[in-house]
Ligand binder design. Sequence first.
Ligand code: PGA
Length: 251
Amino acid sequence: MAGNWKMNLAPDAGAALLAQLLPLVADATGAVDVVVCPPYTSLSAAAAALQGSDVGLGAQNCHWEDSGAFTGEVAPGMLLTIGCQWVILGHSERRLFFGETDEGVNRRTKAALAAGLRPIVCIGETLEERDAERVKDVVLGQLDRGLQGLSSEQLASVSVAYEPVWAIGTGRTATPEQAQEVHGLIRGRLRQSFGDAAADGVRIQYGGSMKPDNAAELMRQIDIDGGLIGGASLKAADFAAIANAARDVAG
Ligand code: PGA
């Protein structure tokens, strides 16, 4: 269960949220990986607040080079040094507002893996693409291109997040059946490309208006292994309720 804070919660506010969150998820972390992904400038404060807890830390993007003249970018190794274990890549907001491409996502994914970070690679169709019945082509195309050239061993460290763009921040969640259908397609394609063991081991997270009242039903779907939570991760009680629902389903 990963919380994507997006461009919210400055260092103090982030640390305050984590102080509330940690006792609420103490039971969940034995069964479920719980991760928060603050904006870059809040990572240090979050790392300090998470000291001694089982909650992981992730960033929201990284570059593919180790260092150099790339104004505004942050290298995977820098994130590792600051205490991150995870990094979200290819979020639809990066694709939509900042021109990120599948090729760039692929380079970032390889660089993150090489540095020892675990990438959460995001894919998902727009409403227009869904209405045009292009979900399978769009989602599997993003998957193929985003993970191109990875080995089966590397796939074990990757998490795929299916986030239908029309469900992000809209309050409109994919139904469990809609989500499961696409998660099943994703797992099937990973099976073809990387083999059974890798496909069975990879986590496929759902994202898009996941909330305390729909988390359990989504998590009960066979190919939904976790969530990427935006809005609801900004409230400790809501994010904890989602993590605890995942624990209950897992347990
Ligand atoms: P949401 O965002 O939960 O606010 O819909 C999910 C995401 O963008 O990762």
